[in-house]
Design a binder for this molecule. Sequence first.
Ligand code: AMP
Length: 429
Amino acid sequence: MTTTPTKEGSAAVQARRVLVLNSGSSSVKYQLLDMNNRSRLAIGLVERIGEETSRLLHTPLTGGDAETRERTGRIPDHAAALKEAAEELAADGLGLDSPELAAIGHRVVHGGLRFTRPTVITDEVLTEIERLVPVAPLHNPANITGIRTAQALRPDLPQVAVFDTAFHTTMPEHAARYAIDVETADAHRIRRYGFHGTSHAYVSRKAAELLGRTPEEVNVIVLHLGNGASASAVAAGRCVETSMGLTPLEGLVMGTRSGDIDPAVTFHLKRVAGMSTDEIDVLLNKKSGLLGLCGDNDMREIRRRIDDGDERAALAFDIYVHRLKKYIGAYSAVLGRVDAVVFTAGVGENSAPVREAAIAGLEELGLVVDAGLNAVRSGEPRLISPNYARVAVAVVPTDEELEIADQTFALVGQAESAGQEVPVGEVDN
Ligand code: AMP
């Protein structure tokens, strides 16, 4: 048998893999996906970057049993983290130097008002993401580091930014503006941007699918309840309201964040309690929410404590659920007609007691949960309301990485099929 030699780099190899990177301040999560069937080839996480106790967890998913490999020991920075991840991928025959890799998709937290859709990262785009650092000081710098690191690794590849804020840019002005002096707000770009947009977009679309309708036909309330938590009201596929604001601090009670609070609390903490701005920032973002209320931010542990009769844990749970109910009511009013309330993310997908308590007493809004359906554990989208209910209540597992991969691949594919060259960013070495 003879084989016809192909020129190196010829179109013989179809590039259909996407690497998704989610870079945090001290961590990088990555997934390599095969877009032929949208399956995962490998997933991994590097955490505690810069500390002595750095750790890389890598799981190849191409073989039979998914076995996680672990590397421990100091990983000094994001560049080293990505290099080690690349070595692990290469050991599985999935090297990032492969011509099969089509693009790298990056989760970018803040895209301001400019980025309303996924965007190929050019130098100009990167500069704009940098300009948004003052409104996302905790997140955008890490995302930028991830992008630069990936660009250095594969300068020839298109890199795509998928923004957490993009889905919310359809919010009407009356929902997005704070009622403060307009000149001050505009001078400092103070408005409600919303976050977790990739998840809200994916879950609201999936919910429509579950109902056998198109996204344009349904109004949905999405409750993304993870360690961070946010709600959104999605009318006919477009976000019209969301609970996070200028930063991811506003809205629901979260694992460690307070959510909604009278802004005068901050003046009080400064003037009366003598706390600095940074101390207040840490208090509200890292030491509040469920953690501040009862000393635990993991809903599993809180439920265990409640079962043991712990009153602080029970009060924390009640405060968490009360806030959720307020948002369900408010967003029902905003939407006018609601077709589904959808739970997602770590708590939303797994905690039957939270779902039950959040919907309890909302029969007048058409909302009922079936106890049997609610108790079912499954990784699939599913209804937990009885057939007769006027409004569907559903659990839809979120998949932000798949959504980023889809959007990245679609963007690169579109540009290529239109015969345009996909720009690649220049690298500062
Ligand atoms: P996420 O940010 O989406 O990864 O969600 C993380 C949070 O989900 C954890 O802090 C827990 O509070 C919660 N969680 C994860 N698994 C469960 C579970 N089986 N039951 C209740 N809560 C869970």
